[in-house]
Design a protein around this ligand. Structure first.
Ligand code: FRU
Length: 486
């Protein structure tokens, strides 16, 4: 097999397409995106020798889901990222049809990447190998392939996306898998030396324990613990991306979704004992396959792919690039509930500030902006109200509280994104609505009431669409602060 062309092809594609990409006004300012081509899942999110490392699924050759590599960027502040050379390419026997998703761990002064090698055999059948790569400098990786060749009986070759951690001197990984009955599951593996892995058991899945039918494949599982900031209780979380859920009202309206379960991982009789319902982690149009890590400040940070598989009909395809990652967020548990809050570092990019406060009836234009942070606090309302952002001749993104339905609604009907469906979440009887919104050239991330709910969506407004409007059917009291991004 001739793998010498893989790197050459990547370099040629960058040369050919970079100029077209860079001219696009939808290129993001503070989000990780591919220099050309398609990106998807965040991978190997970690901190090594003082720097944050982010790897991500990247097809340098086009905007389709092929030729997956691990692109690599590093940062000191989670906002300014420097691209390093591609960490892993599909140029080995065990990864020839894609270096698929996985995670990272730092151990013994080395950075290990644990990923899935995707291979199609000569009949086109899928083979999956869990593989390792190791680096001492955080930039050059030596491949150790494969680590897990065989999978347990009763499953198909859909096994991928290992998430690794260490506990009491032993390594563990949770991996997404599909049973022969075509049900999505999560399995646990363990290793004493990081090289040789042992199958421990199926810890959760569709038609496993309390969960009934729940999708045909579980992708990108993640397991971690958080300490409840109010009660002090340690909570275990299993985050995963099930494929195949049917929409139920406001739930599960994206092609595939991501959510979490609270529970307790039993290592002895491998099982994730579930203690909650499945909750969608993000209510927006574009959020999938997130990955978390704990940093040296003790924060549990999470980043998602701001995109969804098989929903690829985006206007940037003509400009030779597709998708980005979300901003990093911090996860917290407070009184038994999961919150997602913006990282403090966001304040470091605040530039010129405008403020507005007062009563609004009808529509009031309070400012302009294309890439910025906005905080809004609404009180004293008895009708629908909200914000219209990135408004122009033919575009606007509407964030609205639907007073009768008691729901928050994200409406991006006016813009060039093909998917015009609304996204909603029930908030109930509230007397105050507080929003923190991050608007980049082609995305919006909305944190509601201290991060109880989050909406992440791509938006494709016309060039220079920049209006910021407050509206209320009857009236509303509002306080707004907006910072242009430096
Ligand atoms: C999730 C996913 C993973 C896989 C990767 C391939 O979006 O399908 O399961 O490893 O993308 O790019």
């Amino acid at each position: 097999m001739d793998f010498t062309k893989v790197k050459e092809n990547e370099e040629r594609a960058i040369l050919e397409k970079k100029e077209i990409v860079e001219k696009d006004f939808w290129r993001q300012k503070y989000h990780i995106q591919g220099i050309v081509g398609l990106i998807n899942d965040p991978n190997g999110f970690s901190q090594f020798k003082g720097k944050y490392h982010m790897f991500y699924q990247w097809n340098p050759l086009g905007t389709d889901h092929k030729n997956k590599t691990w692109a690599h960027s590093v940062s000191n502040d989670l906002l300014h990222w420097k691209r390093l050379k591609t960490a892993l390419r599909p140029d080995t026997r065990y990864s020839k049809d894609g270096v698929y998703s996985g995670s990272a761990i730092v151990d013994d002064e080395k950075l290990y990447l644990f990923y899935t090698g995707n291979v199609k055999d000569s009949d086109g059948n899928r083979e999956s190998y869990q593989c390792l790569a190791v680096s001492s400098d955080g930039e050059n990786f030596e491949r150790w392939e494969p680590s897990i060749v065989n999978q347990p009986d009763g499953y198909t070759r859909h096994i991928r996306d290992p998430k690794i951690w260490k506990k009491d001197g032993k390594f563990y990984a949770v991996i997404g898998i599909q049973s022969e009955d075509l049900e999505g599951k999560a399995v646990l593996y363990s290793s004493e030396n990081i090289k040789d892995w042992k199958f421990e058991g199926e810890i959760a899945g569709a038609n496993h324990g309390k969960i009934k039918d729940f999708g045909f494949m579980w992708e990108c599982p993640d397991y971690f613990q958080l300490k409840d900031e109010k009660t002090g209780e340690i909570k275990d979380l299993l985050v995963f991306s099930p494929q195949g859920l049917e929409p139920e009202g406001d739930l599960y309206n994206n092609k595939y979704q991501t959510g979490y379960l609270f529970g307790k991982l039993d290592y002895k009789n491998p099982e994730f004992e579930i203690s909650s319902n499945f909750v969608e982690i993000d209510r927006g149009n574009d959020f999938y396959a997130p990955q978390s890590m704990e940093d040296d400040k003790g924060r549990r940070l999470i980043v998602g792919w701001m995109g969804i598989p098989e929903e690829e009909d985006f206007p940037t395809v003509k400009k030779e690039w597709l998708h980005c990652l979300t901003l990093p967020r911090e996860l917290k548990v407070i009184d038994g509930k999961l919150y997602q809050v913006p990282i403090n570092e966001m304040e470091s990019i605040r530039g010129e500030k405008i403020e507005f406060s007062g009563k609004v009836t009808g529509e009031v234009k309070v400012g302009t902006g294309v890439t910025y942070e906005l905080k809004a606090k609404f009180t004293d309302f008895n009708s629908d109200f909200g914000l219209k952002l990135r408004t122009g001749k033919s575009s606007e993104t509407v964030l609205k509280f639907d007073y009768n339905d008691k729901k928050f609604v994200l409406d991006r009907t006016k813009g060039e994104q093909p998917d015009k469906r609304l996204r909603k979440v029930y908030l109930g009887d509230i007397s105050e609505l507080e929003l923190t919104v991050f608007v980049d050239s082609s995305s919006i991330e909305v944190f509601i009431n201290g991060g109880q709910e989050v909406f992440s969506s791509r938006i494709f407004p016309e060039k220079d669409a920049n209006g910021i409007i407050v509206f209320a059917d009857k009236d509303v009291n509002v306080e707004i602060q907006k910072w242009e991004w430096k």
